[in-house]
Design a binder for this molecule. Structure first.
Ligand code: CIR
Length: 257
């Protein structure tokens, strides 16, 4: 296997205020220093996958701003700045256009009354699945679909009602392989895909991250790690325990394009 799809990543360092981030995980408050170390290891893993990484400064006014995946959808043809669905996160998009402008000829925007979080968007080639979570509404989804179609791509909505984001429970690791957990295991939208069923006690690892044919897997999920390894992928493990306490996984911590 060898496939170079992504060249760049953008990440945002965690802010000290992350201890007050949104969470339903019930795993306690994150340890800020530990989170910073884990974030550095994450950056190193992205570099090992061949990416040039832009590291943005923390935004202390936005406790969840290290979860930069939610503020943009990066496609091979344009970048789309989202309108994040959580009130406390909505203004995280400020100044993002200046950053994404360096890499993209075209920048588009999701605008009110549409809301959309990048964590709800799964790119599979030129098609984008859009999870209808509590953060993404139909206006946001329809705006995204029209933008995608105007660049020759496509999108479709996926009904869901249990998880925070679509990619909390399903992720494409290319070669038509998908890691799936919970409500997406028997979901009609995904019936024809090659599904790798992530066991319930390892559901967090469904959010493993394919980059250029390596797969970054969260530390501590041996069954999922083995299933991915057995498919022939090279694995990089990264501990994300402090981000998990805020319902965040591996994909949430970067934009890749
Ligand atoms: C939030 O609730 O928005 C953050 N605490 C976690 C965001 C995780 N992002 C993602 O799954 N794409």
């Amino acid at each position: 296997m060898s496939e170079q799809r992504f060249k760049y990543a953008v990440v945002r360092k965690p802010a000290q205020s992350m201890v007050d981030g949104i969470t339903e995980a019930n795993l306690g408050k994150p340890d800020y220093k530990k989170a910073c170390k884990q974030h550095n290891n994450y950056i190193e893993a992205l570099k090992k996958c061949g990416l040039e990484v832009t590291v943005l400064e923390p935004l202390n006014d936005f406790p969840d701003s290290c979860f930069i995946e939610d503020v943009a959808v990066c496609t091979p043809h344009c970048a789309i700045i989202t309108n994040p669905g959580a009130d406390s996160r909505n203004a995280e998009v400020i100044d993002l256009d200046k950053i994404l402008d360096k890499f993209n000829d075209d920048i588009e925007n999701i605008i009110f009354p549409g809301t959309l979080d990048g964590g709800d968007i799964m790119m599979v080639g030129d098609h984008f699945y859009i999870g209808m979570s509590d953060r993404t509404n139909i206006q946001g989804a329809n705006q995204l679909i029209s933008i995608l179609e105007s660049y020759g791509m496509s999108g479709s909505v996926v009904e869901m009602d249990k998880m925070l984001h679509l990619k909390t429970g399903i992720n494409c690791i290319e070669h038509n392989n998908f890691l799936v957990s919970g409500e997406f295991i028997d979901h009609p939208a995904f019936s024809i895909l090659n599904k790798i069923i992530v066991p319930e006690d390892e559901a967090y690892a469904a959010n493993s991250l394919w980059i250029n044919d390596k797969v970054i897997v969260p530390f501590g999920f041996p069954k999922t790690k083995k299933m991915i390894e057995d498919l022939g992928y090279e694995i990089i493990e990264v501990d994300t325990s402090e981000f998990r306490k805020l319902d965040g996984g591996l994909s949430c911590l970067s934009l890749r394009f």
